[in-house]
Design a protein. Structure first.
Length: 360
């Protein structure tokens, strides 16, 4: 017994510690790169020829797009060192771009002090640049200063009302403040103005997709607010609930058709479909169960391992439609995903009933 416990401890030590060592080595490697390329008092970097800087920045951008942040930071710092040896009006755009990218990399790495410091350099070059304002707004947002964050995002929209990122970020601010109608307007603007779904390296998906997800959640919040009213709802309010629910689902289905199956999108869509299926089952006296079955079929199409959906379909076929063959298929799927004695008993009973029907 003691020997087994010791073996178990050694196994746990080896696995967990090995993972920890790998993470520590990765962090140290990134820190070493940052120190090498941010410390100005140490050894001087090899200064590229001024004519090579554009190529160096383009290479850094390629690594940034692939989110290889350590390599991108290395190259951006090389470019910045060369640019700062001779600051000119001609290289102002490059200096701004490089400072902003380094600030973004530090922000993604949670080195906020260094990120803000580098953003200040960018702001000295062009304080009203869109990316300067957006990153500044994000910092204020993360520091729980919504008024200042909103001010920065609005400053971007004053110059470019159709900017999808600024509209999306402003929608987030309104949504967090429960200003759902205002948030919906901003999300719609973000969707309309990102028709090409432009790739954003630092984001999970294009802003046109992220805005669809958040607009769906906003509609969800709006129709849930009706259900919390302490009174009987009017027919018009029931119609509005149905409209909002439909729109919430349509937005997520659009995102999936556009080949963006983010886990959050799939999970939210499945939750909305369960709400719809449950409502259809309650209305079975006036609606055919086929409507609910169609919704469950979509759920298992989105996520084939959704046991509850398979179970509910089995219950409908068995308990309400007297369709033993389809019920058997559903319960067999349930048993395949989660073997249980109760499910096996139902399967055996259905098989016996089907055999008896054949004999008769």
């Amino acid at each position: 017994m003691e020997e087994n416990k010791q073996t178990e401890k050694i196994g746990l030590f080896s696995y967990s510690r090995w993972q920890l060592y790998i993470e520590i080595i990765a962090v140290i490697g990134f820190l070493v790169l940052a120190v090498v390329y941010t410390q100005r008092g140490g050894a001087e970097l090899d200064t590229p020829n001024i004519n090579e800087i554009d190529n160096l920045i383009a290479e850094a951008d390629t690594f940034y797009d692939k989110q290889d942040l350590a390599t991108a930071a290395h190259l951006y710092w090389e470019a910045l060192h060369a640019l700062e040896t001779e600051k000119t009006a001609e290289n102002k755009t490059n200096r701004l771009h490089v400072n902003l990218r380094i600030a973004e990399i530090y922000s993604q790495s949670n080195w906020l002090i260094d990120a803000k410091s580098r953003l200040q350099y960018a702001a000295q070059i062009q304080p009203d640049h869109k990316d300067v304002l957006l990153l500044s707004g994000k910092f204020y947002r993360d520091e729980h200063s919504p008024e200042k964050a909103t001010e920065k995002f609005l400053a971007v929209l004053d110059k470019n009302p159709t900017d999808p990122e600024a509209n999306y970020l402003l929608g987030i601010m309104y949504q967090a403040n429960k200003q759902y109608e205002e948030a919906a307007v901003r999300y719609k603007m973000a969707i309309e103005n990102d028709p090409e779904l432009i790739h954003v390296p630092s984001e999970k998906a294009p802003f046109g997709i992220l805005a669809r997800l958040q607009l769906s959640r906003t509609y969800n919040k709006l129709f849930q607010s009706y259900l919390l009213l302490d009174r009987k709802l009017t027919d018009e309010e029931y119609d509005e609930i149905t409209r909002l629910e439909n729109q919430a689902i349509i937005l997520l289905e659009e995102a999936i058709k556009l080949e963006h199956r983010m886990p959050e999108i799939v999970d939210d869509l499945i939750r909305l479909y369960y709400v719809r299926a449950n409502a259809l089952k309650r209305e079975a006296a006036t609606r055919p169960y086929a409507d609910a079955l169609e919704v469950y079929e979509r759920i298992v199409e989105l996520e084939p391992n959704e046991i509850t959906a398979w179970q509910d379909m089995g219950d409908i076929y068995d308990g309400f439609l007297d369709d033993n063959e389809n019920a058997l298929k559903m319960y067999k799927k349930v048993y395949e995903l989660e073997p249980h004695a109760t499910t096996l008993a139902i399967i055996k009973s259905l098989e016996a009933e089907i055999a008896e029907e054949i004999d008769n």
